[in-house]
Design a protein around this ligand. Structure first.
Ligand code: CP
Ligand code: NVA
Length: 302
């Protein structure tokens, strides 16, 4: 494993190795055991979109691993003024030990990896959000003890979160159902990937069908970063695609809820369901730190 560009590139074994290391790093941090695996190393973090969790968890994570992280915003980098990613990649490779990038096009992340010579980590694109899903899987296993026999469902937009969840959950052995409105389906390549899992994957427009007997109920915002202009149109399209009491009533009685955050209460999730499952959702947010530290160690340790 040289990069983390998308979960489709990882085997089940590689995903589980990251999750096992993440559990270990979480344990060590809780018990004050230092783990400076990346002493003297520097991670560059390119942000072309906003972030709270990704930025803070990568930056503190790098510090806890004995290294440092540089916040490189679009407003400050020459990339924001049109310097090609091919050149940026070759320059940054001579200074840094790894790059995390959050941007719009997946191709930009792939190009960074192609032209650079250091590990590249995808911190979210319009296509996928692999770091988030590693944290989600870590949280699910923490609460449920296993992946096998579990059903996850996603209610809402077939966006970056949905794309990565489908791949990640199916790879580790869960079954997956997604309910999304017509015209907002996941990426065609991801749907093609899911076909090999037969009836372990279901796509429907019916929220209650997707949520039936689910062990994990997941949602995300109706309008992602970069889609702000479509807000009104999306509010109309997604009305009814909400995680609420009715949805939770058809899921398993002990179903957990995951939300990558930020959450829009009373849109994709009710305040009541959000607060009833806040412990699980904020554990998921905390696990971004541990899962990403594991990714950095796997990719950047000598
Ligand atoms: N979930 C997530 O990626 O959060 P940020 O946008 O705050 O980084
Ligand atoms: N789908 C959301 C996820 C935010 C973490 C977005 O891309 O804005």
């Amino acid at each position: 494993m040289k990069h983390l560009l998308k979960l489709g590139d990882l085997s089940e074994k590689e995903i589980l190795e990251i999750l096992n290391l993440a559990d270990q790093l979480k344990y060590e941090r809780k018990h004050g055991i230092a783990h400076e695996h990346l002493k003297g190393k520097t991670l560059g973090m390119i942000f072309q979109k906003s972030s709270t969790r990704t930025r803070v968890s990568f930056e503190t994570g790098m510090y806890q691993l004995g290294g440092q992280a540089l916040f490189l915003s679009n407003r400050d980098l020459q990339i924001g003024r049109g310097e090609p990613v091919q050149d940026t990649a070759r320059v940054l490779s001579r200074y840094l030990d790894g790059i995390m990038i959050r941007t719009f096009e997946q191709k930009e992340v792939e190009d960074l990896a192609t032209y650079g010579s250091i590990p590249v980590i995808n911190g979210l694109t319009d296509y996928c959000h692999p770091c988030q899903i590693l944290a989600d899987l870590m949280t699910i296993r923490e609460y449920k003890g296993t992946f096998h026999g579990l059903k996850a469902c996603f209610i809402g937009d077939g966006n970056n979160m949905a794309n990565s969840l489908i791949v990640g959950c199916l790879k580790v052995g869960m079954s997956f159902a997604i309910a999304c409105p017509k015209g907002y389906e996941p990426d065609a390549g991801v749907l093609e990937f899911a076909k090999q899992y037969g009836d372990k994957f279901v796509m429907t427009t019916d929220v209650l069908e997707a949520a039936k007997d689910a062990d994990v109920v997941i949602t995300d915002v109706w309008a992602s970063m970069g889609q702000e202009d479509e807000k009104a149109k999306r509010e109309a399209a997604f009305a009814g695609y909400q995680v609420n009491d009715e949805v939770m009533a058809v899921a398993k009685p002990d179903a957990m809820v995951q939300h990558c955050l930020p959450a829009h209460r009373e849109e994709e999730i009710t305040t009541k369901v959000f607060e009833a499952h806040a412990d699980e959702i904020f554990e998921e947010a905390e696990n971004r730190l541990h899962a990403q530290k594991a990714v950095m160690v796997k990719l950047m340790k000598d």
